[in-house]
Ligand binder design. Structure first.
Ligand code: PLP
Length: 406
């Protein structure tokens, strides 16, 4: 079995994958299957490695949407400088960690009135996604007697190339078109809001330092152009992130050094233009994705017209992304391994599926595995982000998997 780059972080002892100091088997004995395991050591090391690679003075925010499990969010709160939330529920999870309200930003389209009320009462930074939302916010803030701290999310005219997901470069429900921003800034100068700065999120799951640098350069150019129209002092600039992790065959981990070098130059420029501006990067999967493993047990082994199927108790209802149904155009396999038999050679090609009555319920297609039997475990690596919470857990009524932070 060729080793997936994700395994560079994990410990393999006596042929078994270990997380949290024990073999996966140990956790399965405690919690059963299916099971999401998140290794806190890996998350802590990841944030430390990123901080040491990036220039000093960049605030790292955790995008709670990547994995909102409360214990994991609590751990992250001790490691990062702030959090980005996208719903009232995520906001409550972030506030429950004891993080300062001023270190939380609330972005995302379609914030409901109740969510705006909660955000205003908590004092978090509201990232405004449209002029309509700004109007609603002003009305509610007036009723509550508050002056809301806000940032404008810019929908940039450029595209972050080679991203798993693009969020810019065309019409978009996210943010305000950059052409509109100068006029809006002049209007905002007369409104009862505390405009702190800007947010730009151009895309996610990008493994190319070159493209990420190009996007960041384009962001800083825009900010420079917008500054003359900015009322007051720019105090907050969130340049998004988009740092990816390797999922599929042939993908390599992102190189941080060139990204850090380019960021240092941009940071220097920003310091000259807006000396009191906090520079924020907002990351989800890069911080937690590699630390998570989804474990399922084989409940049936069958052959159909020459093909071997391993049918497990887990599947797309619990790990939509691994099934390829969360935005993949052509389905590719997440790294799937046999955690109990890491030293055994590949012996056969198998397709691993879940218990749902749909051909979409696939965890791996035609992968090389040791010969596995009913009762053996399979594990999907790179499952710490957009797993449990991004899956249709109610579909077909199977019990939800246990999640455990180790
Ligand atoms: C506004 C915003 N911030 C952060 C993220 C997190 O992206 P990732 O988990 O890839 O870092 C996303 C992802 O969609 C997003 O839309």
């Amino acid at each position: 079995m060729s080793r997936h780059p994700a395994l560079r972080h994990h410990r393999i002892i006596d042929g078994e994958l270990h997380l949290g100091g024990h073999p996966v088997r140990h956790w399965v004995a405690q919690h059963g299957t299916p099971l999401y395991l998140y290794d806190g050591r890996l998350i802590t090391e990841r944030v430390a490695a990123l901080r040491s690679a990036l220039p000093d003075g960049i605030s790292l925010h955790y995008a709670v949407k990547a994995n909102p499990m409360p214990e994991l969010v609590k751990l992250l709160a001790t490691l990062v400088d702030g959090m980005d939330v996208a719903s009232a529920d995520e906001l409550e999870r972030a506030l429950a960690t004891g993080l300062a309200d001023t270190d939380i930003s609330f972005a995302g389209p379609g914030k409901r009135d109740e969510e705006l009320v909660l955000a205003l009462q908590s004092g978090v930074l509201l990232v405004v996604e449209s002029e309509g939302e700004l109007g609603r916010l002003l009305r509610i803030a007036d009723q509550l007697g508050k002056t809301p701290p806000i940032a404008l999310r810019i929908n940039p005219a450029f595209r972050l190339r080679a991203s798993g997901m693009h969020m810019g470069g065309g019409p978009s429900p996210f943010g305000i078109d950059e052409e509109r921003i100068p006029t809006l800034l002049r209007e905002i100068a007369t409104l009862p809001v505390d405009l702190m700065g800007f947010h730009v999120f151009a895309g996610s799951q990008n493994l190319s330092a070159e493209y990420l640098i190009a996007a960041q350069t384009a962001i800083f150019e825009r900010i420079q152009r917008l500054l003359p129209d900015f009322p007051g002092e720019l105090r907050w600039l969130n340049i998004g992130g988009g740092l990816g992790i390797p999922y599929f065959p042939g993908e390599r981990p992102l190189e941080l050094a060139p990204l850090a070098e380019a960021l240092a130059t941009h940071q220097e420029m920003l310091r000259r233009l807006a000396p009191n501006c906090e520079l924020v990067m907002e990351l989800g999967r890069y911080l937690v994705g590699e630390a998570g493993v989804y474990v399922a047990r084989i409940v049936d082994r069958k052959q159909s017209r020459g093909k071997v199927y391993l049918v497990t108790d887990g599947g797309m209802h619990q790990h939509l992304a691994a099934s390829g149904n969360l935005g993949q155009v052509l389905r590719r396999n997440y790294p799937v391994i046999a955690p109990e038999y890491m030293d055994r050679p590949a012996e056969e090609k198998v397709t691993i599926v879940g218990p749902l009555c749909t051909p979409l319920d696939v965890l791996a297609t035609d992968i090389e595995m040791p010969r596995l039997q009913v009762g053996d475990l399979v594990a999907v690596l790179q499952s710490g982000a957009y797993g449990y919470s991004a899956s249709p857990l109610g579909f077909l009524g199977h019990p939800p998997p246990v999640e455990r932070l180790l």
